[in-house]
Every structure is written in C-alpha cells, then in structure tokens.
Design a binder for this molecule. Sequence first.
Ligand SMILES: *Cc1c(COP(=O)(O)O)cnc(C)c1O
Length: 426
Amino acid sequence: MDHFLYRNGALHAEDVPVATMAAEVGTPFYCYSTATFERHFTVFQDGLKALDPLICYAVKANSNLAVLKTLARLGAGADVVSEGEYRRALAAGIPGQRIIFSGVGKTRDELRFALENDVRQINVESEPELEALNDVALSMGTRAPVSMRVNPDVDAQTHEKISTGKAENKFGIAFDDAPAIYAKAAAMAGIEVVGVDMHIGSQLTNLEPFREAYTRMRDLVERLEAAGIPIPRLDIGGGLGVPYERTNSIPPLPTDYGKVVSEVFEGWEDREFECEPGRLIAANAGVLVAKVVYVKHAGDRRFLILDAAMNDLIRPALYDAWHDIEPVVEAEPGAELFAYDVVGPICESGDTFAKARMLPELKPGDLVAFRSAGAYGAVMSSEYNTRPPAPEVIVKGEEFAIARPRLTYDDMLGKDCIPEWLTEQT
Ligand SMILES: *Cc1c(COP(=O)(O)O)cnc(C)c1O
C-alpha cells in the first residue's frame, strides 16, 4: 500500500495535490511519501519479527539524505556499497555500528574509511579483498569485523542484470570454497569473523530461491561451527520484489517472506540476524512526475513525448522495466483509452518508457506520474544530453519540501574545466 491516491479526481501524495507541487517545482520531478517509507519499513519489520533482524536499508536504492534520515529515525541501519554511500549514511545520523559495507570492489582507501568510522561489518566478497582488508586493519592496529558473502549458486529467477547468486555472477565467494576461506580468515590477525552473508538478487517474486539459499546458508554455518569457527551473525540480504504492475503482479508479502526465513532458521532465534532490503522500502514510496510536451501521430502510432527522459529514469531502457503510468487528473470512468508509445526527448530509441500503453487521451501540458519510481530512479539519473536531472521532493502529510533541487545550467556547465592550452589566445 502507498499514499499516492486520487482525491476528487486529482492525484495526491499524502495530503498534497501532485499538481500543486508541479506548479511550484516544475517538471519533471521525483516525489517521495514519508508515510509510505514508514509503512514499508514497519511492514517489513513486522514480517520478520520472529528473528528481530537489524534492518540495514540498502542505500543504493534511494540515497537522498532526507530519505535516509526518515528511515534512520525508525531505527534503520544501512547497507552501503561505496565510501560515498557510507558518508551519506553517517550524514543522515546512522552510526557506523549500524552500517554494513558491501560490494565486490571496495578499495583499500574505502576499507580504511570504514574501519576509521566504526563499521559494524564488512561483507567481504573475495580472497584478495580479505587479504587487503587484513593488511589495512593491521596497519591501523585493529581487527576488521567480517562476514564473507557466499554465493549459493541459486537461480533467483529475476532479470539477468539484477541476478547475483549464480556461480557465473561476479558476487561473493564460491559456496564450495567457503570453508577453506573461512579457515584462512579465522587465522588472520587483522580479521574477526562475525558472520555469513548472502544476497542472491533483486526483484525476486518467488520465495523458493530464498528458501534454497538460506537452507544452504544454514548448512554452511553448521559446517563452519563444527570446524570451530563461531558464526554469531547471519546477513540474509535484500531482494524481495515489489508490484510494479499493479493490475497483474502480486509478489510475496513481507509476512510470507518472513515465514520462509523463520522456517529455515527455526531454533536459531538467539542469533543476530541482519537484512538489506532496498527496493521493497523505497520503490512504491516514490513517483516521477512528468509533463506532456507533444502528442505526435505517426501513421497509426501515437507518441506521448514527455519532458522526462531516460536520464531521469533509466529502468525501462536498462532492464525493460515496467512502470505504471497514471494521469495526474483522473480519467472519467469509462473514458476511452488509446495506445501510446510513451517516450522522452533524448536522441536514442532506448529513451522509451512504454510501448502501446493504454491511457486516456492526453494533451500537451497534462501531467503523468510514473509509479514505483522511488527505488533505482533518481539515484541512477544522469546529465545525459545536458539535461538537469529531475529534482526530488519529499512529502509529509500536508507539507512538502525540496530534498534535492534542480541543477541550473550554470551548475552543470560550471563542473567542467578548460585546460590551459585552450585558454591561451591564438
Ligand atoms: C542491491 C543490494 C541490496 C538491495 O537489493 P533490493 O533488491 O533493492 O532489496 C542488498 N544487498 C546488497 C549487497 C545489494 O547489492
């Protein structure tokens, strides 16, 4: 459930009409709902309460500081994948002891930064990274708290670009290598083994891959402990899918997911559990609002040309993703629908949000909202075509505030530097 609903025919975010924000901020813009973020976090927490995990929100889904602060106030930790995200989590008031550092290519500088900032745990993804971390920790006279990310070789049954738990993916250490690498880690003076970690992919809509992966995790932990390596913490990753297509997709609910986790780890309630949901918390807490620039009829096709583009929301181009599109002024019941190709202004055919999407008749100046745009939306935006990325607005009840302003053209041009040889007069 989210808080983007029609009231008297006008789409609202909580108590604020979307059109009001559009008039004030201009289009395109992202709009987030505080109440929806809070609700998703709470529902997820309730679904997993049997194991009472520390919920380390995956910052990469939406790293706006206003969003992070909203979640931090609910007690969220953070799962970060770069020093930049680590700094964002700290800036939002999430202490190092609630930050997990994940990622396949952390540099020595990033590892040092994490250790200097009281990191809860570093999820190590390879033997070379383990050795580098050991070196860094020893040079600082400390020990690094480590979980190894183990690749369970399970098919997550999701889009190939966001599947991470198969042997062919770049993530984690091979399942069969884990006992030997754990034995090595346990003997390193700069490493303190604290747990095991798994994350098998994103937008999972079937629970069986989770069950399979967690069962393998449990077996591995038993094996490691039999070999004398205690594993107090289990990081079960993120990845639970969300309904992008409201009318015909019903992914498992957090309670169903929680049931699977509880079944697999029955009797293990005394251990420390951690999880890393991103999309589930953020996706349906945001919309991207755009304005119709032109409606172009070409042969029997109708193109709806918007002022938002793939630089604002790249998911359709990158993952063939579906986003529901709704007019901000609700269509009359029974209004005729037309098939629109919904596109942006960028000079590539990939800048297409949807093909033959059935929508009521729209005219230039009308507003539309892309639903489920709160995760992997603004964070993946760029300045391609020297377009200022859509700004971000956050709503709470009757209030709204700009959480990231639109860049000016001076901001954008001012980032470039001219080398001396081009400034000399000729
Ligand atoms: C991306 C990622 C997540 C979050 O995935 P969602 O599908 O957004 O829940 C969690 N953990 C790691 C290591 C990730 O890379």
